[in-house]
Design a protein around this ligand. Structure first.
Ligand code: FES
Length: 317
């Protein structure tokens, strides 16, 4: 896919450990259009690629805005992003959308922490279209709440409910109330840490919401439990070669160590770049890219994070 050259036009501290970047085209051209929920792949100097949701209004073609949390467990991506300065130039992908809004009578938006980025764009678009929606924004504290002024000053501010972990009980998210009406023409969107998504999505299912009404986007693959991590082998179908995958090594890394490179991007089971066909064996899916139905077929997996349930996987390589 063709990449875009953009420069950091503005870098703003939005909250503790969260900065936003306004990215403008290097040449005086319009940026490709995008829809709410889209993200771009950002290529960092270190060679890492990271995905960031676009959080400006999707009608804008002169800039993209992304928000980046400095992750204390960063493998280099968020730290490198925070070191960028205004004027720096970088390559990004064209926007892609795995988290689109669907046409519905009403929308319910839930953001946890930095999960606000795609949700904020959705709120802008829904408000602009005069749609019926409510947004719940959950963070640890006001100091960790990015884009608070932008939301408070927005036309849609009255649709937004802030919930702070360190606030009083009255302002906490009341899931019973928020999800009380599983109206068939209401759709629910959730973005944030895995635990937050699980809390909202499971809460919705328990209250009678259909799966096709619940939309979510993860930022990272499920972390393997070190206590249950185990090694296995992969067999390259075209050559018969067997490569051992130690318990602390990903399949892509083990293959790369053996001189077989599979293209990767996010390395977290989100983008699908590394998707590989399986000829034999049962994968242990750890990604958020494949649908449940695709996972159940067990004929492909994401070797950047997924593993094997048995002793061997035969890969179509
Ligand atoms: Fe993104 Fe594997 S590299 S899913």
């Amino acid at each position: 896919m063709q990449t875009l050259s953009v420069k950091v036009a503005r870098k703003i501290l939005e909250a503790d450990d969260i900065v936003s970047f306004e990215l403008r085209p290097v040449d005086d051209v319009q940026l490709p259009p995008f829809s709410a929920g889209s993200h771009v792949d950002v290529q960092l100097r270190s060679g890492l690629v990271r995905q960031y949701s676009l959080c400006n209004h999707s009608d804008e073609t002169h800039r993209y805005v992304i928000g980046v949390l400095r992750d204390p467990l960063s493998r280099g991506g968020s730290t490198a992003m925070h070191e960028l300065q205004e004027g720096d130039v970088m390559q990004i992908s064209q926007p892609r959308n795995h988290f689109p809004l669907v046409h519905a009578r009403r929308s319910l938006l839930f953001a946890g922490g930095i999960g606000i980025t795609p949700i904020l764009c959705m709120a802008e678009v829904l408000a602009h279209a005069g749609k019926n929606f409510d947004m719940h924004y959950c963070t640890r504290s006001p100091a960790k709440t990015a884009f608070r002024d932008r939301i408070n000053n927005a036309r849609f501010g009255r649709h937004v409910h802030f919930h702070f972990d360190d606030g009083d009980a009255a302002q906490k998210l009341d899931l019973e109330l928020a999800l009380a009406d599983p109206d068939p023409d209401t759709h629910l969107y959730v973005c944030g840490p895995g635990g937050f998504i699980g809390y909202i999505a499971d809460g919705a299912r328990d209250r009678g919401w259909r799966d096709d009404q619940i939309h979510f986007e993860y930022f990272a693959a499920a972390q393997p439990d070190p206590a249950t991590a185990r090694s296995f082998d992969v067999k390259i179908a075209s050559t018969g070669r067997i490569i051992h995958v130690p318990e602390d090594t990903s399949v892509t890394m083990a293959l790369s160590n053996g001189g077989i490179d599979i293209p990767v991007s996010c390395e977290q089971g989100i983008c699908g770049t590394c998707l590989t066909r399986i000829i034999e064996g049962e994968p242990d899916h750890r990604d958020h890219f494949l649908t449940d139905a695709e996972k159940a077929r067990n004929d492909q997996f994401t070797p950047c994070c997924s593993r094997a349930k048995g002793g061997i996987l035969v890969l179509d390589l």
